[in-house]
Design a protein around this ligand. Structure first.
Ligand code: NAI
Length: 327
């Protein structure tokens, strides 16, 4: 490209985007010397609201922002996209079955996958945020066969950050003194926030959290249900923390990270998770957009039980999604 990074945000009139766009535009994600072109996608009824967001972006006078495109057409939004953040999805309504939620989203991610396949950079880096994010990533990948599977990811960095934040708070340290937390599986209530290898200042976290039973009864459910707790308290789902996590995810992925981080990526058989789903693993990111699933992490009976439950849920979602793709 011409040195300008084209960053597309879908769901750009939504609340996550409202927190995310200033991070990107200021240079907090891709660097203070990386000029940006923003492609903002939302649906037609939200275009007026989106225009208001664009007016505010102009009013921020960010020097790194070289151009802004606002559109309801994925073919326009994904044109030459280097990075794509997909937050636009159909939200779960009270009483909605998983199958109905997946059905609504299959249509969205089918259209977006096909558009991405046709007009994005073949090296585009995608992070799917809209729920059910792992399965939306799978559908997207299914309809974007020319985009390498490993270039498509789903966000579980928020879950990792939540776990790190809780450990820091409960043990009275700073967040950067916590290491080795991993998120396994689905970004849902079956996710496994794994602290069996986590440390605080190099010492095991498990005993500091009260041991296995306390972790199983208290810590793990706290992380699994954190999204619901925020929704109850705020009357709105997490947005600031989600935006911050998206920034962290992309920064680690694109610029590299000396620490191990979690993201949902195409499974490759590691840890007995058969290929075919987007599954959160601990990964090591090297600069330039390459990453590897960390191998050789020891998994005891305690961990295996959680990993198999979340694997089962993801394969059930996959089944439903692929049936809907076939019709
Ligand atoms: P929001 O409802 O404020 O915004 C969503 C935006 O997407 C709206 O402006 C809507 O018009 C737009 N949209 C809907 N369908 C679209 C389509 N087909 N194409 C383009 N845009 C479309 O929601 P918010 O709070 O910004 O959250 C976005 C998504 O992220 C939700 O699905 C939410 O559940 C999910 N989420 C995921 C997290 C994760 O860790 N993976 C964390 C927090 C939220």
């Amino acid at each position: 490209s011409n040195g300008i990074l084209t960053v597309c945000v879908s769901g750009a009139a939504g609340q996550i985007a409202y927190s995310l766009l200033p991070l990107i535009a200021r240079g907090d994600v891709f660097g203070r010397d990386q000029p940006i072109e923003l492609h903002l996608l939302d649906i037609k009824p939200a275009l007026d609201a989106l225009h208001g967001v664009v007016m505010e972006l102009h009013d921020c006078a960010f020097p790194l922002v070289r151009n802004i495109v606002e559109t309801d057409d994925p073919m326009v939004a994904f044109q030459h996209a280097d990075v794509t953040i997909l937050g636009g999805s159909f939200p779960r309504r009270p009483g909605m079955e998983r199958r109905d939620l997946i059905a609504k989203n299959v249509n969205i991610f089918k259209a977006q996958g096909q558009a991405l396949d046709r007009v994005a950079s073949k090296n585009v880096k995608v992070v799917v945020v809209g729920n059910p994010s792992n399965t939306n990533a799978l559908v997207l990948s299914h309809y974007a066969p020319s985009i390498p599977k490993q270039n498509i990811t789903a966000l579980t960095r928020l879950d990792q950050n939540r776990a790190v934040g809780q450990i820091a708070m409960r043990t009275g340290v700073n967040a950067d003194q916590v290491e080795g937390v991993a998120i396994w599986g689905n970004h849902s209530a079956t996710q496994y926030p794994d602290v069996t290898h986590a440390t605080v200042n190099g010492e095991p976290v498990m005993p500091k959290l009260g041991g296995r039973q306390a972790v199983a009864e208290e810590f793990i459910p706290c992380i699994q249900k954190r999204g619901a707790a925020i929704l109850k308290a705020r009357g709105l789902s997490s947005a600031m923390s989600a935006a911050s996590a998206i920034g962290d995810h992309l920064k680690s992925w694109i610029l590299g990270d000396s620490k191990i981080v979690s993201m949902a990526v195409a499974s490759d058989g590691s840890y007995d998770v058969k290929p075919g789903v987007y599954f959160s693993f601990p990964v090591r990111c090297s600069a330039g957009g390459d990453y590897e699933i960390v191998q050789g992490i020891e998994m005891d009976e305690f961990s295996r039980k959680y990993v198999s439950a979340t694997t089962e849920e993801l394969f059930a979602e996959r089944q439903e999604a692929l049936e809907l793709c076939a019709v």
